[in-house]
Design a protein around this ligand. Structure first.
Ligand SMILES: Cc1cc2nc3c(=O)[nH]c(=O)nc-3n(C[C@H](O)[C@H](O)[C@H](O)COP(=O)(O)OP(=O)(O)OC[C@H]3O[C@@H](n4cnc5c(N)ncnc54)[C@H](O)[C@@H]3O)c2cc1C
Length: 397
């Protein structure tokens, strides 16, 4: 097994690394102090520069105008751009658009591809993925209350969703809806494409998350669908295939998240080391001289490297053998990396003392924003249970 980057990937990673450091990191103070929408003109300029470098949309297939990288290389790029919260957006590899591109590429009709997929890949529009509901357990996604009922040639959608990331300013939502309530649980739901200007699509609010409602791409919305009528042709794939489609985008999506989290870990880790080396804590003594800080540094290093190795191995397995073979590791990396992220950011913040609580560094943003890593993409507990069950089943047989 070899997941070391090849020559082409090394060159890509070097260019990406310089671009993030020189062009994106300088935008972060504005990002931390101003609404995201005010940064859009500057971000558009950076996106143009990325396109000129031939680095736009690293994970999307070449026939769509992306770079078509395999999962290992894509993971490495995701880690490199993940060093900045703006990185994925600038390189056209941001969630949830990346996953929605994959869904439309594989299951979209010709018309859906022309109308929605092409501008989405180009970065001319944005999208969102609307599945979780306030009154239903997101951890058990077969329990959905939002319905789409056929009326002539239209589906009429009614329901209540929340935490639809990036809905503010999105051109369309891919909505998970129950189309056949009498089918067995995993065949009840379908994905349906809903343009956000459809009457009955009501963005209620951007939900304050740990005190920050955000705006535009950096937000999570509550949405009501009331008599929201879309043509039957907006169904993605066959009726009842919603969960099957969702499952297929699971593996690549997980690598994408985990490597982004590892990019954050690296950044926070470097900040922790730099602060420890520069902060005088007593005459002639730096924080870095204290054994407890040394212990945090050593633990963080070991945890990041271990989590990274398992994530890249999982990516390699998916590339080689498909996601089914890598199922156990796809579950394992979810909670392994999410918890590594939380511990590393927490230690880095602690080392910064009061400074860590301000918005003068990225750490407070990471601390509040990435706490959710243990909840979204399936809560950790659900992944632990399903991993343990599979291990025990194999052991019994
Ligand atoms: C920042 C953020 C962004 C998100 N973005 C999106 C998005 O773009 N689109 C979208 O559709 N959704 C999104 N979500 C929603 C997310 O997917 C759900 O929050 C998640 O699936 C958990 O569902 P829930 O919140 O309803 O928790 P619940 O299902 O109510 O679970 C609550 C808690 O119970 C525990 N638990 C659950 N099941 C078990 C079990 N079997 N055994 C033991 N313990 C268990 C877990 O600790 C879990 O955290 C986002 C959430 C956040 C926080």
């Amino acid at each position: 097994m070899d997941f070391e980057p090849g020559e082409r990937s090394r060159a890509i990673l070097e260019t990406v690394g310089h671009f993030v450091a020189d062009e994106i990191v300088p935008l972060e103070p504005d990002f931390l102090s101003r609404p995201f929408s005010e940064l859009l003109p500057a971000l558009e300029e950076k996106r143009s520069a990325v396109r000129e470098l031939g680095l736009w949309a690293p994970g999307h297939p070449t026939e769509l105008g992306g770079m078509g990288l395999d999962l290992v290389d894509l993971g490495l790029v995701s880690e490199a751009v993940g060093r900045s919260p703006l990185g994925h957006y600038v390189f056209g590899m941001h969630a949830p658009d990346a996953g929605n591109v994959e869904v439309l590429h594989r299951y979209g009709s010709d018309d859906q591809k022309t109308r929605w997929l092409e501008p989405l890949v180009d970065g001319r529009i944005r999208s969102c993925f609307s599945m979780t509901e306030p009154d239903m357990p997101g951890s058990n996604p077969v329990m959905l209350a939002t319905t789409a009922v056929l009326d002539g040639d239209d589906y009429v959608i009614d329901g209540h969703k929340w935490y639809t990331t990036a809905a503010d300013g999105a051109a369309f939502a891919i909505v998970m809806v129950v189309t056949d309530p009498d089918a067995e649980p995993h065949r009840r739901a379908s994905m349906i494409l809903v343009p956000t200007d459809t009457p009955g699509f009501e963005l209620v609010r951007n939900i304050p998350v740990m005190g920050h409602a955000g705006d535009d791409y950096f937000s999570h919305s509550e949405i009501r669908y009331r008599d929201c009528r879309v043509p039957r042709a907006n169904l993605i794939g066959d009726p009842g295939r919603g969960f099957a489609i969702a499952q297929e985008r699971l593996g690549p999506g997980r690598i994408h998240h985990c490597m982004r989290w590892l990019g954050i870990c690296r950044r926070a880790f470097e900040m922790m080391c730099d602060r420890a080396l520069s902060r005088t804590i007593a005459p002639g003594q730096k924080l870095a001289d204290k054994e407890i800080v040394q212990s945090w540094i050593a633990e963080s290093h070991a945890e990041i490297e271990a989590a990274r190795a398992l994530t890249l191995q999982t990516a390699w397995r998916i590339d080689q053998y498909g996601w089914r073979t890598a199922r156990q590791d796809i579950s394992a990396i979810k909670f392994l990396v999410a918890n590594t992220l939380q511990r590393v950011v927490d230690r880095a913040l602690q080392v910064h003392g009061a400074l860590g609580m301000t918005d003068d560094t990225l750490l407070a943003f990471y601390y509040r924003e990435e706490r959710a890593a243990r909840i979204y993409d399936g809560p950790d507990e659900v992944h632990k249970i399903s991993l343990a069950r599979r291990i025990l089943k194999d052991r019994r047989s």
